[in-house]
Design a protein around this ligand. Sequence first.
Ligand code: KDG
Length: 323
Amino acid sequence: MKILGLGEVMIQLNPINKGPLRHATLFERHVAGSEANVIIGMSRLGFSCSFLTVVGNDEFGKSVISTLRSEGIDTNHVKIRESYPTAVYFVQRGFPVPGKTTVFYYRKGSAFSTLSPDDIEEEIFQDVGLFHTSGITPALSNSCREATSKAFEIAKDKGVKISFDTNIRRKLLPTPEEALDCLKEFIDKADYLITGLGDLNYIFPNLKMEEQLERLASMASHHELIVVKMGKEGACVFKKGELICSPGFSVEVVDELGAGDAFDAAFLASILLKKDIHESLKLANAAGALVVSALGDIEPLPSWQELEDFISFQEGKGEKLLR
Ligand code: KDG
């Protein structure tokens, strides 16, 4: 089955040391973007993937394309926009809250923000079994929102399953009202709806998780299941009113960025391979934990073997891995 992703891919500048960005002088350069991270994660787990994005005709755009290609992603639908830059963002790790990462975007007016319904052609969905995007994409500009709507319409028309991660970035959707207004049509059409405790608390404050999930489920008329990521506490699946949860793994946090995307990749891959929900959650939690232990969103995305090794080690069965 072919997987199609849609989203902005950026250049990430991640300081080598933790602390306030104003004092950072040495940076690692990475390529990252939530939806692309998910697609690359699924490619590493054996799925055939293609990605729809827009980059500038610049050095960073070339870097994005070569990264996607080097991961085996079909880049036939990557568009190059003259005179618009590929977006960049900076990361601040461990300051002011230890273990937490803050991002500073330089993406306004980027090549991707010009994505419009004209870029979403029906033939892109040919042979696609699953389409994935997140709440970041429609929040980037009005034309991105219209393009995302068109992609959802085509996917629904063609019977392509949709996976949607609410992925609310408060710098893009600064109030809960804006977030709900922007995301509701995508929540409504998603088959696999993925969210996080932070997003639920933002859009449905002062409610218990079960109540928040009931509210979300009532807005999501096509959902097969809803996944809630809870960081190091693990994750739960809400299906037909039942909540199935799995605990997280405890690891040292080097850079928490990308953990949720690694989770999505392993969860979706597992569900598509018909693994049961407990097993899928466990593998997804393991993928998230692996990604927080290293810099960069894409680099630490695991293979099946690496997931198995990580879980065996965490469960005290990994003696042979030490040699
Ligand atoms: O999920 C990690 C991403 O959020 C991060 O790497 C950058 O895609 C990004 C975004 O838009 O915040």
